[in-house]
Design a protein around this ligand. Structure first.
Ligand code: URA
Length: 249
């Protein structure tokens, strides 16, 4: 690797850590790197990925929107498990039906339950920063959860609740057919892979789900409690970016 590439790598990593609020990143070092790398590149601060179109044929987007709409209608006013009793809103999922990158969380929290949208609370803010640090916008990705209704008190969903609900997530994945999935946290990773392996050993390694590469990593809520783990998440996310061929322009 050439020296300028090493500098660029360090710059990129520092920007990510800084964007996510890792306080150990010295701002003066980041500013120095900004000025060095900025001289070499004329583009915007955040890299813009060159993602291939995941809806290549005309009408693909409309078709996927329709299929998602029909899936939502199938779920209906769901009372298939006990989570229905205490929910305010069912949180189906949100984002681009042609998304190349799909994020999967565990289940709605309090804010999500109130608003009916995934990842809109504090963990969601952090997820948005991760998405932006990848050079993407929230509206370019798709975000869904393993269970669609809030487990009371933010407890983990019970195995029977996951079992009841996961068929809808699988259908969402099938419709969107993303290029890559990022599984956020233990519940998402274990549910997708049907394993009880710990997230510490699952994370950082691609596995396939129906031919789609899945990268498990720590949940943003965990990062709020253990900010040091942000650096680990960045390493996992970088693997996804490399796999997508995301380049700094
Ligand atoms: N945590 C999740 O796993 N999903 C959300 O939608 C919000 C918080």
């Amino acid at each position: 690797m050439e020296q300028k590439d090493i500098v660029r790598e360090i710059h990129h990593a520092f920007k990510f850590y800084h964007a996510l609020g890792v306080e150990s990143v010295p701002i003066e070092v980041l500013e120095q790197l900004n000025s060095i790398v900025g001289k070499e590149k004329s583009s915007a601060d955040i890299p813009i990925p060159d993602l291939p179109d995941s809806c290549p044929a005309p009408g693909d987007e409309t078709l996927k929107e329709k299929q998602l709409f029909e899936l939502r209608a199938t779920i209906g006013d769901c009372h298939r498990c006990g989570l229905a009793a205490k929910r305010t809103h069912l949180v189906f999922g949100a984002g681009n039906p042609c998304a190349k990158v799909m994020f999967i969380g565990e289940g709605p929290g309090r804010d999500e339950d109130l608003q009916g949208q995934p990842f809109v609370g504090a963990a969601g803010e952090l997820l948005t920063k991760i998405i932006m640090a990848m050079g993407l916008k929230r509206r370019e990705v798709y975000i869904a959860n393993v269970v669609k209704c809030r487990p009371p008190g933010n407890r983990d969903p019970e195995p029977d609740e996951v079992e009841t609900c996961i068929e809808f997530l699988k259908k969402q994945i099938e419709i969107i057919a993303p290029g890559v999935i990022i599984a956020l946290g233990r519940v998402a990773a274990q549910s997708i892979f049907e394993t009880d392996e710990k997230i510490g050993s699952l994370r950082g390694k691609f596995r396939q789900f129906h031919g789609i590469p899945v990268m498990p990593t720590y949940h943003p809520a965990y990062l709020l409690r253990y900010p040091r783990a942000k650096e680990t998440v960045w390493k996992d996310v970088q693997q996804v970016m490399a796999m997508l061929g995301v380049k700094e322009k």
